[in-house]
Design a protein around this ligand. Structure first.
Ligand code: PLP
Length: 427
């Protein structure tokens, strides 16, 4: 069998950077990525048989752990009936009903195949519905890789220092206005100046692509009020936060209702899925009900619907999110105590089962603070943890995710690895 190194060398000759999505390549943290052979519960195993505790969960979807028997069983059952129909199928209705039940602001929804498709479609809808051209996003927020969003974007784009990607026409980028997250006045001023041109404001209600940055008290409501006052649509990109920070997403957690919501990750149970939805009068502008075009060959795929529905069923178990939050807090509190003990400047953030780790003593509330934290230290910590069998996101700008398969014994194992890693950093 090939080693990780051999596979990466082969991959490098065949794929850009050897990967199919940039952050996977370990470019910012250094070293080479491992190649996963299989995954189960909280663990990944690489092709050399090494086991890792996974703190990414496929970048968010695997909230019940990898390879959960109920999700796998639902997929196996669906596969027996065919892989793709190209006609409507009953599971799509169950999915739309489930989404509306869990996220009531979504009266009508449309399934797509990725988070990027969801956000891209949502802004087309906002523009079509309002007849305006400009959109507003936040520095360090990532909404997928559609042209309009690669302006001061977070995540991989931020990691690689190329927030404005070549290939994005200036004429299009000019229509994307950016704001600093958690700054009340900047948002007010922008809307005062350009409000009547703004079709919509898109925001990760808890940004997770400049690491995890909770909104300040009242900030999301402030954005809601500005959008309502100026006739712009408020779009919550809950691709990451949806079904994670609370069963009803960040909008339930903070009690702020957007006009449109985008979803992905958990809703597909590990299959490639996204969705967007919201107010009926707005969504009914989408074809074929209305004139705004959006379509997809594989959208509402029966196997993907089965996986997503099985996962949404599991997370509705009483107390699921409370328990996952408790465990996440156990982890972040434990890490903070160990860093303090080792004399390392370190802070954490957490909303529900989403968390952030920063190598700075400051409480991080802004993009500027996140990007000012000690990246070199993060990279050394990442490598030390990896050597000890714990896989953090290979970028200082990604939020971390726990799953229900990470029980207290697994958390204790993570903390043992962290104790050694912090001590290494301090030495
Ligand atoms: N929106 C947010 C908040 C995300 O975190 C991501 C991906 O990480 C996306 C959109 C894009 O989703 P996808 O990678 O499925 O296209």
């Amino acid at each position: 069998m090939s080693s990780n190194h051999e596979l990466f060398q082969r991959a490098l000759t065949l794929m850009p950077g050897g990967v199919n999505s940039p952050v996977r390549a370990f470019k910012s943290v250094g070293g080479e990525p491992f190649f996963t052979e299989r995954a189960d519960g909280p663990y990944l195993w690489d092709v050399e048989g090494k086991r890792y505790i996974d703190l990414i969960g496929s970048w968010g979807p695997m909230i019940v752990g990898h390879n959960h028997p109920s999700v796998r069983g639902a997929v196996e059952k669906a596969i027996g009936k065919g892989l793709s129909f190209g006609t409507p199928c009953p599971a799509e209705i169950t999915m739309a009903e489930t989404i509306s039940k869990l996220v009531p602001s979504i009266e009508v929804s449309r399934m797509v195949n990725s988070g990027t498709e969801a956000t891209m479609s949502a802004i087309r809808l906002a523009r079509g519905f309002t007849g305006r051209s400009r959109i507003v996003k936040f520095e360090g927020c990532y909404h997928g890789h559609a042209d309009a969003f690669l302006v001061k974007a977070g995540s991989g784009a931020l990691t690689f220092g190329a927030p404005n990607s070549p290939g994005v026409p200036t004429a299009l980028a000019d229509l994307t206005l950016t704001l600093p997250f958690n700054d009340f006045d900047a948002a007010t001023h922008l809307f005062d100046e350009l409000g009547s041109d703004i079709a919509g404001l898109i925001v990760e209600p808890v940004p997770g692509n400049m690491n995890c940055i909770p909104p300040r008290d009242g900030y999301l409501q402030h954005l809601r009020d500005l959008c309502s006052r100026h006739g712009a649509l408020l779009i919550f990109d809950e691709v990451m936060t949806g079904f994670r920070v609370a069963l009803g997403g960040a909008q339930a957690h903070y009690g702020v209702t957007p006009d449109l919501t985008t979803l992905g990750k958990i809703i597909g149970g590990g299959m490639p899925v996204g969705a967007y939805g919201g107010r009926r009068d707005i969504m009914n502008q989408i074809a074929p009900a209305g004139p705004i075009y959006q379509a997809g060959t594989l959208s509402g795929n029966p196997v993907a619907m089965a996986a997503g529905l099985a996962m949404l069923e599991l997370i509705q178990a009483p107390g699921f999110h409370a328990e996952l939050s408790r465990r996440t807090q156990l982890l972040t509190d434990g890490l903070q105590a160990l860093a303090d003990g080792a004399g390392i400047a370190f802070s954490t953030t957490r909303v529900g089962a989403m968390f952030g780790l920063f190598f700075t003593a400051q409480k991080v509330e802004t993009y500027a603070q996140a990007t000012a934290s000690d990246l070199a230290r993060f990279n050394r910590f990442f490598t030390a943890m990896l050597e000890r069998g714990v896989y953090l996101a290979p970028s200082a700008y990604e939020a971390g995710f726990l799953s229900m398969a990470h029980d207290e014994a697994v958390i204790a194992e993570i903390l043992r690895a962290a104790r050694d890693s912090f001590e290494l950093l301090a030495s």
